[in-house]
Design a protein around this ligand. Sequence first.
Ligand SMILES: [Zn+2]
Length: 468
Amino acid sequence: MAILIKNGTIVTASEEYKSDVLIDGEKIVAIGTGLDSRAETIIDAAGKYLFPGGIDAHSHFDLPFMGTNTAGFDTTPAAIVGGTTSVIDFTPQPAGMSLQDSIAKHREEAIEGKTAVDYSLHSMVMDTSVPGLFDEFGPLVKAGIPTIKLFLAYKGTPFNVDDATLYSALEAAKDVGMLAMTHAENGDIVSLLQQKLIAAGKTEPRYHAESRPPIVEAEATARAASLAKAADAPIFIVHVSCEDAMLAIRTARQQGVDIFGETCPQYLVLDVDYLAKPGFEGAKYVCSPALRDKSNQDPLWRALDNGWLQTVGSDHCGFNFKGQKEMGREQFTGIPNGTPGVENRLAILYTYGVMTGKLSLQRMVDAFATAPAKFFGMYPRKGSIIVGGDADIVVFDPAYEGKISVATSLHGVDYSAYEGFDEKGRADKVFLRGTLVADGGKFVGQLGQGKFIKRQPFGLAYQSRMSR
Ligand SMILES: [Zn+2]
């Protein structure tokens, strides 16, 4: 059943032009005009943009963390209505389990039959006592999992790894086309500062930011860059939250290190003052790295617009305020870290980036879809509007005006981190592999429709870097 999306303006990471798009089955089969006779269904997209379906390479669905669990894949319709058709979720490694078994377990228990979005998984190194951990990188890449995450933060938990582990992982990763991703914060210093603050009776949510100031992130980012240089391996820094960490990446890249970075909507529009909201409301905004002084926001937008940071991921963590964030009422170190946002990525980028002139439409599409597809091995099947590619398409209505609210959110969480924020434009229709899955802002797909995406080894990112 062929569908023609007519009269829209196609926006890719490099182009903006009026053309029609013909979908047959799951694929885009033609882009051009005069295609009407080949279509059974015609959708008029006059006045609308056509964006490639978003790729959120940073989600945490059904993650056991800090004694509780995030919302599961049955809440992925939130991604769809927000214009995101694929996610790459982080897979925790349970104690004693191999990386491959951890991936199989997460797929089986948390995802298959439940997900509304297409998905892949990043592997995560947590229990380094499991023998042969790094020998698993080759088989993982072959199985379509070419990314591994290591945390320099969260000392005293299974997430934290030391420098030697990161270095060894980088060495093992580069030979097999695995890309190492790092949460860069100095876990030792964070832990020390936490103890000092708690001992001084400083227990409220706002001290979360004081316990992890920009310097702990900038230091760990620069250190990760040095280790990548020493190992002669590429590295990807997730959730860059402040100017100093961004500059560490830019400087290292100028010096020839293959280092890349992501930022997140929360660091672009929320600031440290949210943590000081009265009552215990600041807990809603506890995420790591912490929210920063507002003066960091423009440098991050500039970094995105100039390609010094390449992608935007949501770092989506669906914790409720009631019963979950509240676990840290006694002291901020007990508050589960993370904010919900998989639904809001496009809205924040368009409303606060494109509409304010901080971000070009092309750079937005790149950071939202194309660059993640390239870095994480899904391009050109996903991440652009290309003949032969999957028909993952967002029909975006720039005339829509609304507000972000928990009342209309599909996150399945009892609050929104962006409550009351303006939303200019929205995903009016969303197609996932040729099937209409959102219409008029409503989810019209099925849970279980999402498929596993077998990803390619790291490498295309080099091409994308060279083309700048
Ligand atoms: Zn994360």
